[in-house]
Unconditional design. Structure first.
Length: 349
């Protein structure tokens, strides 16, 4: 059994559970505050595996772990009686519909705050150490055995404390063999290397270098404001990307559950902070996507509430329900096609 695949799937399902639970909890809490009867809070999609009932609400665990739902009385527009979704004022219904995305938008800065408190790698300009960011294929440094992440401390006995000093020491070699002294995971190594002339005719090692990256951990008070700023930047970038997707020459790349699971696995392998940052990114994606006016999503239901406000009466529940059903079927079809392409890409790579 490929345990890396098992870990990827498990991590993806864990992240998805957190995102969906936050989203549905938003709907649930605001619905209860508005006095709406919530008939079921489901984890996953049916068939049902187990359930228990507290008051008017059944809490269910379902077989398909790719989502969740909150089923409210009168949600389809029928049953316009006290305590039903359909009986609520327009503002109350709109608040319930927006609450899911609002919870996801709130979850994002919380994830980013936790990631910042755990620590992130940042360049240390005042540390006086030079780190290798990337080794070019076929370069003198690759032949010598230099790796990404190595910290070069001296060249030919000359101590280097910044990128400019390192480049000067390499140029001074005039292409002759030099001794590289470097640190790798706490171990001191000395590697012989022979610089090669680059396109400008200057001796070079063929590496991308810069200040050493160090772990920076923040307190909650300093992490939270930064997390809010980063979450806001993510949201702006996503909206901008969606806007550009409708431009004529736009090249849109869509990832389905398989592709997102693969990206989640890669993030998890880079550590908890990276996984939390990616979770925040997914949470904002979920929030914005759900507010799009696509039948079957919260955004389309909000649109129907807006239409009701303009025309003074509701759209026929039968027509609205049929549109939402068609939208959901279309989304499922798109998801299956995208997932098939993701599988093809992963198999090919």
């Amino acid at each position: 059994m490929d345990w890396s695949l098992v870990a990827t799937v498990a991590t993806f399902l864990g992240v998805l559970t957190v995102l969906v639970t936050a989203h549905e909890l938003g709907h649930f809490v605001v619905a209860r505050v508005a006095g709406i009867r919530v008939l079921e809070f489901g984890f996953g999609y049916p068939p049902r595996v187990a359930s228990f009932t507290v008051g008017e609400t059944t809490y269910s665990l379902n077989l398909l772990p790719l989502g969740g739902f909150v089923r409210m009385d009168g949600e389809t527009g029928d049953g316009d009686v006290d305590g039903s979704f359909a009986a609520q004022p327009k503002m109350a219904r709109a608040a319930v519909l927006v609450a899911g995305s609002a919870m996801n938008l709130l979850l994002a800065p919380l994830c980013l705050t936790t990631a910042l408190m755990l620590g992130e790698m940042v360049p240390c300009d005042g540390c006086g150490r030079v780190q290798v960011y990337e080794v070019q294929a076929g370069s003198a440094s690759q032949v010598a055995g230099v790796r990404d992440g190595d910290v070069i401390t001296s060249i030919g006995g000359t101590v280097v404390t910044d990128a400019a000093g390192l480049r000067a020491a390499v140029r001074a070699s005039d292409g002759r063999p030099i001794a590289l002294r470097l640190e790798r995971a706490g171990t001191i190594l000395e590697l012989p290397a022979t610089p090669r002339l680059n396109a400008q005719g200057v001796p070079a090692l063929g590496v991308a270098i810069g200040p050493e990256y160090v772990l920076e951990q923040r307190t909650f008070l300093s992490a939270f404001p930064l997390a809010i700023t980063r979450a806001g930047n993510m949201a702006v970038s996503l909206v901008s990307g969606l806007t550009k997707a409708f431009e004529p020459e736009a090249q849109v790349q869509i990832a389905g559950p398989v592709g997102i699971a693969e990206m989640t696995g890669r993030a998890a392998r880079q550590g908890a902070p990276t996984l939390l940052q990616f979770t925040a990114f997914l949470s904002i994606n979920l929030a914005i996507f759900n507010l799009m006016p696509i039948p079957g999503l919260d955004g389309a239901r909000l649109l129907f509430v807006g239409i009701e406000r303009v025309r003074g009466r509701r759209v026929s529940p039968r027509i609205e329900g049929a549109m939402h059903l068609a939208g959901m079927l279309l989304l499922i079809a798109v998801m299956l096609v995208v997932s098939f392409r993701d599988i093809q890409r992963l198999v090919a790579s």
